[in-house]
Design a protein around this ligand. Structure first.
Ligand SMILES: Nc1ncnc2c1ncn2[C@@H]1O[C@H](COP(=O)(O)OP(=O)(O)OP(=O)(O)O)[C@@H](O)[C@H]1O
Length: 252
């Protein structure tokens, strides 16, 4: 059986630039994989390819065994949730109505009930009736995460879901995504914080220049040579009271 999220030897080009270059990644049910790498490494491109939003020049992105490009938009929406990095919301709708958009296959009442539950799950139940244009960036990010959680698909893609959130909210969001994986979903999340990646993920996929240079357990994938080559860091992992901590400085 191939993993429900499987990308194999993917190549893609944007504006004449190679953004994916032989990228391979797999995420199993029950697994949360953190996709890490420097700015411009290709993390968003890889996630978009899984969502069927970036055409591949070569290789394949499969959702539950099927090439994503062969699936109708409706079938993709049934299989996978995609939380984009972009957080603009065009309409100033109440948060609960935005979150309910994440459940297009439920009745209106059921979708609203799910949306209320998802807003509570990410700590913004009190904002349910507030227009999303009247929120801070971090509050809006939580509403968008709630929209993603409202949709109970077996596959979940989240592109930098904790960027711009306060430290407590970052952990809350990762706890919710972790819970999704523990409930049986396959979850792929791009992150910049390597310590949080190590704390919450079962596996880490390290991207550099459009290629996944390592996918393994966090400590194996983020070993000192990878930290140096890919991130330009002199780093080592130390055991902290709540898990591994990365002690690093820029490599000279
Ligand atoms: N629309 C576009 N046209 C041309 N090049 C693009 C476009 N979008 C992204 N790129 C380039 O593709 C490469 C990969 O970008 P991508 O957004 O996938 O990286 P990323 O790892 O998600 O980066 P970040 O951590 O900064 O979000 C980068 O070199 C970027 O400049």
């Amino acid at each position: 059986m191939i993993a429900p999220l499987t990308m194999w030897d993917a190549d893609a080009t944007l504006g004449g630039r190679k953004v994916l270059d032989g990228a391979d990644v797999q995420v199993e049910y029950g697994q949360l994989v953190a996709l890490v790498g420097p700015n411009g490494a290709g993390k968003s491109s890889l996630i978009k390819a899984f969502a069927g939003l970036l055409a591949l020049d070569g290789g394949v992105a499969r959702l539950n065994g099927d090439d994503v490009t062969t699936l109708s938009p409706r079938e993709r929406a049934r299989r996978v949730t995609y939380l984009p990095q972009e957080r603009r919301i065009a309409w100033n709708l109440p948060a609960v109505e935005v979150a309910a958009l994440g459940a297009p296959f439920l009745s209106g009442a059921e979708a609203l009930a799910r949306a209320h539950a998802a807003l509570a799950e990410v700590g913004v139940a009190h904002l349910a009736d507030r227009g999303v244009a009247e929120m801070s960036g971090g509050e809006r990010a939580r509403v968008l995460l709630a929209r993603a959680l409202t949709n109970e698909t077996p596959l979940l893609l989240a592109d930098e879901p904790i960027a711009g959130l306060d430290p407590d909210a970052q952990r809350l969001v990762l706890e919710r995504l972790r819970a999704r994986a523990d409930d049986g979903s396959a979850v792929l999340v791009s992150l910049h914080d390597l310590t949080l990646a190590a704390a919450f993920a079962d596996g880490v996929a390290v991207m550099d220049q459009g290629h996944v240079v390592a996918q393994a357990s966090p400590m194996e994938a983020l070993e000192p040579e990878v930290l140096r080559q890919v991130f330009g860091l002199d780093g080592q992992w130390i055991e902290g009271p709540n898990g591994p901590l990365l002690a690093a400085r820029r490599a000279q």
